[in-house]
Design a binder for this molecule. Structure first.
Ligand code: SF4
Length: 235
């Protein structure tokens, strides 16, 4: 029998505790901190958007280095990103990899926000969830995972974020998911429609995927899901 996904959430939460995603930087800090609170400031929401774009195809550790460069230069600002020369921005975000392409993406996003929403995330996020998702997915370089991360963590609207860890874990648990949309539907139809649960659950799955359910040699013996996981039972 397949496990109940809400039960899996509670099991992971009890084992790992709150993960506090998405980390943001207060005005007197020099690096993002996991505080687990909704982003109250315009600057925090914009920082989450920058992080969601930078984290494509790289680890959070590298994103943090790029963010620290931007924070040091006081660049977490839509006007400054839009006005920054491509080469300078690329140099600042170099640790995140694909830096020329990502610099272009950040500038495109900043121009979009300035032109269509007066530079304010609150204006962009006043759309309903479906419209917001459509608008984000129309932007070059913003795919479902990036769009949904922005919607969930910056806009605080209930959508479940799927990533490669999530798909791997689901399949190992025994769920036959075809891909992103399929996995997203599965979570959203089996969980309460709750931003807090969606935020925490995604972060818990990332923690599980990174530290236990690794691609090669998963650490099933110490994994909190071992008793209910089809893969660990060897079937
Ligand atoms: S028991 Fe093993 S395969 Fe199953 S979720 Fe845990 S680490 Fe992954």
């Amino acid at each position: 029998m397949l496990p109940d996904l809400y039960w899996v959430y509670k099991k992971l939460f009890n084992a790992f505790g709150p993960q506090g995603w998405w980390p943001t930087t207060a005005p007197d800090e020099n690096k993002p901190v996991h505080r687990g609170k909704p982003p109250g400031l315009e600057r925090e929401r914009f920082e989450i958007i920058i992080g969601a774009i930078l984290t494509q195809n790289t680890s959070w550790r590298n994103v943090e280095k790029a963010l620290q460069n931007l924070i040091k230069k006081k660049m977490i600002d839509v006007n400054k990103i839009a006005a920054c020369e491509d080469t300078r921005l690329a140099e600042l975000i170099r640790p995140a990899g694909y830096y020329n392409q990502k610099a272009r993406r950040l500038k495109d996003f900043a121009s979009f926000l300035l032109t269509e929403y007066d530079g304010k995330t609150t204006n962009l996020f006043s759309h309903d969830l479906e419209t917001l998702r459509e608008k984000l997915l129309c932007l070059k370089g913003i795919g479902p995972e990036t769009a949904d991360s922005i919607i969930l963590y910056a806009a605080q609207k209930p959508i479940f974020v799927i990533d490669a860890y999530t798909i791997r874990i689901l399949r190992r648990l025994g769920f036959e998911v075809k891909g992103y949309e399929d996995a997203q539907k599965l979570f959203m139809s089996n969980l309460p429609n709750d931003v807090k649960v969606f935020k925490e659950y995604h972060a818990l799955l990332v923690h599980l995927g990174k530290n236990y359910c690794k691609k090669q040699k998963p650490l099933c013996n110490s994994c909190p899901l071992t008793g209910i996981c089809r893969f660990s039972k060897g079937s």
